[in-house]
Design a binder for this molecule. Structure first.
Ligand SMILES: O=C(CO)COP(=O)(O)O
Ligand SMILES: O=C[C@H](O)COP(=O)(O)O
Ligand SMILES: [Zn+2]
Ligand SMILES: [Zn+2]
Length: 320
């Protein structure tokens, strides 16, 4: 058993309490490699923002869970070296079993998500409650989920959104004891969230209804990339093919961040930024073959993106 506390990581409890009262949201950025982690930490140190580092199932398969864990734990020292000790949460994104959550907790994660939203309600309650009981023994915080996002998620795909039903949230939170709740209000994973011609719109009315039922309770939004057109244009300009990629407008996320939404998950925007930067180098300098010469610019653009998110969208800058 490795306690996250000995590693200098923090759980989400106090950070979420401050974010709810302060009217901002914490960034939850996924990472799979060194350059992404460097960009996240540099951006959050420079903007003095607390941060949630997320490890997904895809990341565990791609990069190895142990390696990612040591990297995130090392980030605590890295931030200090950069000159400012920001609060860092190491979070399991979309945990699907009790055993996985347990193993992450034993190896120093400070927060886990148990995503039981694909199960029947009662099974979701039972699974989430079981994870909470174990996690809380170690002062690890737990995110649950109610409602199903459209699109592909951990190889499971849903055609349409099943919006979170506001009637269920109070019962779910009370029965499970979760620390935060991910909801479905029209966001979705990936770069193709809306069809061309469709108005990109999330259901802030459902969010307001949910907040009425569980006032001040920390809410999480998944699938919250904005898919900046400038990145899509760069990708297409330099040989890519990503027509019709559409995300969540930033002003809607800004509005959500001011409410009880206190964690906003962003992964795809980072993928787009890196892809755009790498494609540009490949197109302009075809003889380049040192990975640092294209991953470096990718890291720089990524850092710029995260600083923008912290300052302009989430409001998490200067909250560390
Ligand atoms: O929700 C996410 C990770 O859990 C990421 O969402 P995006 O695909 O919109 O970046
Ligand atoms: O939930 C989705 C995240 O964007 C991570 O996805 P991934 O499993 O492909 O790494
Ligand atoms: Zn889910
Ligand atoms: Zn997600």
């Amino acid at each position: 058993m490795v306690s996250y506390k000995e590693l200098g990581l923090v759980n989400t409890r106090e950070l979420f309490a401050k974010a709810v009262t302060g009217g901002y949201a914490l960034p939850a950025y996924n990472f799979n490699n060194l350059e992404q982690l460097q960009a996240i930490i540099q951006a959050c140190v420079e903007t003095k923002s607390p941060v949630i580092l997320q490890v997904s199932s895809g990341a565990r398969k791609y990069a190895n869970q142990t390696l990612l864990r040591y990297m995130a734990q090392g980030a605590v020292q890295y931030a200090k070296e950069l000159g400012y000790a920001i609060p860092i949460v190491l979070h399991l994104d979309h945990g699907d079993t009790y055993e996985l959550c347990q193993s992450c907790i034993e190896y120093g994660f400070s927060s886990v998500m148990i995503d039981g939203s694909h199960h029947a309600y009662d099974e979701n309650v039972a699974l989430t409650k079981k994870v909470v009981e174990y996690a809380h023994q170690h002062d690890v915080t737990v995110e649950g989920e109610l409602g199903v996002l459209a699109g592909v998620e951990d190889e499971v795909s849903a055609e349409t959104h099943t919006y979170t039903s506001p009637e269920e949230v109070e019962d779910f939170v009370r029965k499970t004891g979760v620390d935060s709740l991910a909801i479905s209000i029209g966001t979705s994973h990936g770069a193709f969230k809306f069809k061309p011609g469709q108005k990109p719109q999330i259901r802030l009315d459902i969010l307001a209804e949910i907040e009425k039922r569980i006032p001040g309770f920390p809410i999480v939004l998944h699938g919250s990339s904005s898919v900046p057109p400038e990145y899509v244009d760069l990708i297409n300009k330099y040989g890519g093919k990503m027509e019709a990629a559409i995300g969540i407008p930033e002003e809607q996320l800004r509005a959500a961040a001011k409410s009880a939404v206190c964690k906003i998950n962003i992964d795809s925007d980072g993928r787009l930024a890196m892809t755009a930067a790498v494609r540009k180098v490949f197109a302009e300098k075809p003889a380049e073959f040192d990975p640092r010469k294209y991953l470096g610019p990718a890291r720089d653009l990524l850092k710029e993106l995260y600083k923008h998110k912290n300052i302009e969208v989430l409001g998490s800058a200067n909250r560390a």
